[in-house]
Design a protein around this ligand. Sequence first.
Ligand code: BGC
Ligand code: NOJ
Length: 813
Amino acid sequence: MTKEYGHYDDAAREYVITDPCTPWPWINYLGTEDFFGLISNTAGGYSFCKDAKFRRITRYRYNGVPMDAGGRYFYIKDGDTVWNPGWKPCKTPLDFYECRHGMNYTSIEGRKDGVTAKVLFFVPLKTWAEVQKLTLTNTSDKVKKLKLFSFQEWCLWNASTDMENFQRNFSTGEVEIDGSVIYHKTEYKERRNHYAYYSVNIPVQGFDTDRESFLGLYNGFDAPQAVLEGKPRNSVAHGWSPIASHYLEIELKPGESRDLIFVLGYVENAQDDKWESKGVMNKRMARETLSRLDTSAKVDVEFRKLNEYWNNLLSIFNVESGDERMDRTVNIWNQYQCMITFCFSRSASFFESGIGRGMGFRDSNQDLIGFVHQIPERARERIIDIASTQFADGGCYHQYQPLTKRGNDGIGGGFNDDPMWLIFGVCGYLRETGDFSILDEPVPFDNVPGSEKSLFEHLTISFDHVINNLGPHGLPLIGRADWNDCLNLNCFSNDPDESFQTTENKTEGSKAESLMIAGLFVFSGRDYVELCLQLGKNVEADRAQKHIDDMIAAVEKYGWDGDWFLRAYDYYGRKVGSHENEEGQIFIESNGWCTMAGIGLKEGLCDKALDSVKERLDSEHGIVLNNPAFTRYYIEYGEISSYPAGYKENAGIFCHNNPWVMIGETVRGNGKAAMEYWHKICPAYIKDQTLHKVEPYVYSQMVAGKDAFRPGEGKNSWLTGTAAWNWYTITQFILGIKPTYNGLEIDPCISPDMKEYKITRKFRGATYQIEIKNPNGSMCGLQKLLVNGKEIAGNIIPIFSEGSLVHVTAVLQ
Ligand code: BGC
Ligand code: NOJ
């Protein structure tokens, strides 16, 4: 038995960490909209509102030593002992420690010498503030006189300049102290109209707002001078590093328990309403929020509302499979991770600084697929935002900034898979909601007013962007890159100071074509055709279908390597991902997408490709991206060959694209293989938490591949398209519950040993209770479908009126 650092509590929908020394900080996310926080199992992390780069509220040091220093700290001084409920930063040994990560909340409990301190962290719905409810209990038989210090360090708003521009920053910091509320107002007197605050709901006996005064210049977070001496400095920050620390003297009788409510909040004032009087900020909105959260009873109500919100979200899709690992993944953690990736895209995790990247075009479209059943209205808004960053020729900004919703000039466009993802995302939205009105929404290009065309026209130009950019073999030109950001076929960089992501040293005359985009074009192009037919646009459907047929023919003619699909043609028109290559002979992406699209299914190409994937790419921990891994730098391939063998895009296990092969397996009806692949990468099935290293309750982008130094080690957890792709695959292609324009399609493709399972699915306002029976141990194909007791033809349950309860029994062949 390998060491475990925690376990699931499915009834509470929590992951319970019982050892603070996890192999890496295991984090959670607070907040559902606008106000967000990252919180580790030892209360590390930071908060921001709307944008992790531009509106960072608390400061964080990435890649620090020790790891994960800085956060929401409470110091308890009991006699000479100083300890923290989450063990860090003092690391005083605790008598008991437990961290429970739940749905948008975390609670951390520590016990020491007869005192229990439990902190519940959450962001109430529709609130720009984080609540920290600290419950102190005296479990001893003596009176306890405790000194309590809270601690938060302010970030000077722009998380990037906060780390760089010290010549200015060290002079700008400003605070206001008003009773138990500490306000952070750096730059408020000039262009900013926002401020932050940190409060406690009872009078304080002291405070600190200047970091150096509180910690002492030569002390770390683990030994603040003020805490060690048990004396706050009542410091008022002027420049340097402003912080917020409350000092409270708490006396607890034996058995007595007390709640203290701390609130970390953020406010935006109208420009002409910034001041109460000269130099004194208008604090009305902060006070309003605080008055909503100043008692335990009020906070408990808000917490229940958050729980209720998640009860509703998680009641939309529910499986009872008889395998608790599957159930907890599908019913809880995968859906939760989909919500988090929808909210954060790839911006802020313990692997993404929150500074570097905005929202990705392709990423956000994929995230939608995992989220749209939860809150379709937000998915709708997101679609319009994304489409508004498209160019008139169908190309797209690769990323946009969530605060401004503008395309990011730093990275620009030219990723030729991007346009097709819009079709993928919008069709997913339409199938779930049936809301065709979105197609008539006027959507600008590059956010330029006056340039609006309907969303449907955006889809047409997305489709056409591929056919207007075909290479010598009639396959899609790759542009800067396709899904694999690191296969940079036009980059040719010899300069370490150039970014692989933004550099193209050669484009003119490039013959670089992508088989991944070809597969995507066929797969999502069919969605476009189906949509056109749905809308009665038959001529357009015919036109599109012809291009799809041409693409299939081009793939069969020029994209087949004998035993698998080629990956690409390079700048010079040479094969990539062929047995002719020395390294990188076979890749997952093209084999995933072309088999998903069923290209050459009848001719046996899919079977051969999937068998080759099994033979050459599969490993104990999942399917690697390519094989053999690159062992030297190939200037004509770019970043992919910059990574050491077995890591990231160079033969790492991308949990994001393993599902493409799983879907490919379902296309050929092999549910057993699909599920075996899923078990390898699904976190609930992880065998060795120490080896896996990152959180065992969420997918990570990458697990080190078979060529790596430590195969099986996970990295880049949380923010990855992996969440949505696994959700899409397990629910729609394996368990086989597919939303369609005309109803719910039942089309399972499972392992023969799954004898029955039940699914509750809310769809277009009705609730479907679906029982799937597999008496003969088959993998796919329905023998019978009963809807409310009556057998129906085909495998699509029609749409029922809102509020209906529909009983469905499906029997496999
Ligand atoms: C990473 C990719 C990522 C890209 C863009 C590369 O360094 O390996 O996974 O998509 O950067 O951020
Ligand atoms: C991460 C990026 O967010 C995503 O857009 C990309 O497709 C993958 N890495 C693969 O490179």
